[in-house]
Write a protein that binds this ligand. Structure first.
Ligand code: FES
Length: 68
């Protein structure tokens, strides 16, 4: 078990914590701030994908999870 934690926020991004490599579809590494959490867009509207830029707050995104 790794020490990576991904938290799904109630109304926005995925918060990623821990030692993890973020890569694109070709396997190229995407830089993140070492030792700091980063936030991935979940709404699809960020201008800075794959990272969240806060647009989820104004685009009408409904981040509630479906019934389990
Ligand atoms: S989740 Fe924040 S901009 Fe998409």
């Amino acid at each position: 078990m790794s020490d990576v934690k991904i938290t799904i926020s109630e109304a926005g991004s995925y918060k990623v914590e821990g030692e993890v490599a973020l890569v694109d579809f070709e396997g190229n590494r995407i830089e993140t701030r070492e030792g700091k959490p980063f936030f991935l867009c979940r709404c699809g509207e960020s201008s800075n994908k794959p990272f969240c830029d806060g647009t989820h707050k104004t685009c009408g995104f409904d981040g509630r999870l479906a019934e389990r």
